[in-house]
Design a protein. Structure first.
Length: 293
């Protein structure tokens, strides 16, 4: 239920933010480790909460490697409340670690603020069910903002103790690509979601409009990348982003014509890996921290 592969991906996104901080000359290893430990616990709690909230929906859908939940509850026969207990325990542990780290001076206050905001937003994605973001057409956007933008910015904040405007701009393209990925992974679940009363964005709009949003997000990511090159990101980081153009084109063509979101997911994962490597290759302290931004 903790969805280990997603937890690993979360760590990669986190370290992309840390790598950007290193490039600007900031690197606080104790804070980075505390931030990662707290983030892991909080992320697991969000996954448990989602498993609890979507237990009935996930049981009715056709699970894939990218959608339909983990399937753990249906396979094991465990009561959904077990997931809820685990969610609460993990959230308390993660936030407690964050509080202790902030009080002891090991975690920057701004990083703890982002951790707390991410926890609230992550839980709000699926709980409480009456106002959950994923039941009112806002889950896809919330997911992209939390996982695509707040998460790498949190990584930067743990290492640098601040959040300059340039680093927010630097990860906007990834958030846009993440949105396209979220839309594609929600597509296979549309029937089960609608049957359970989950009015996700995918169940609310037509496939044609959905394809337009998907393509628009990927296109906007490219436009923003070009606009912020040498302002919020070095040209080498921008060039690394070109690596995902082929899978992005395939994902655009195949959106809604197939149940598999593999190309959109590959675009998102490929981009964050490319960004991580590109930021790591920028000499430490050489990036002017957005002076021109």
């Amino acid at each position: 239920m903790s969805r280990p592969s997603q937890v690993l991906l979360i760590a990669v996104v986190y370290f992309a933010g840390v790598a950007a901080a290193r490039a600007s000359g900031a690197f606080d290893l104790p804070a980075i480790l505390i931030g990662l430990a707290a983030l892991t616990l909080v992320s697991v709690s969000v996954h448990y909460a989602n498993e609890y909230a979507d237990a009935e929906t996930d049981a009715a859908t056709r699970r894939t490697a990218f959608s339909g939940g983990s399937g753990a509850l249906s396979r094991t026969g465990l009561a959904p409340r077990i997931a809820l207990y685990a969610a609460v325990a993990s959230a308390v542990a993660g936030l407690s670690l964050g509080v202790l780290g902030a009080v002891a001076g090991g975690l920057p206050p701004i990083a703890f603020g982002l951790l707390l905001g991410g926890t609230i937003g992550g839980w709000a994605y699926s709980l409480p069910r009456s106002v959950a973001l994923n039941r009112h057409g806002l889950g896809e956007f919330g997911n992209a903002i939390l996982g695509g933008l707040l998460l790498p910015v949190y990584g930067f904040a743990t290492a640098a103790g601040s959040v300059p405007p340039w680093v927010v701009a630097a990860f906007v393209p990834f958030a846009l690509v993440d949105l396209a990925s979220v839309l594609s992974t929600a597509w296979p679940d549309r029937s089960a979601d609608e049957a359970d009363g989950k009015r996700t964005l995918v169940t609310r709009i037509s496939p044609r409009f959905l394809r337009g949003i998907h393509a628009g997000s990927l296109t906007a990511a490219g436009v923003v990348t070009a606009a912020i090159t040498d302002r919020a990101i070095p040209s080498t980081v921008a060039l690394a982003s070109l690596f995902v153009v082929p899978p992005a084109l395939i994902a655009t063509i195949r959106m809604t014509s197939t149940e598999s979101p593999v190309w959109s997911v590959a675009t998102m994962v490929g981009l964050i890996v490319a960004l991580l490597i590109a930021w790591l290759l920028v000499p430490a302290g050489s990036w002017p921290a957005g002076v021109a931004a």
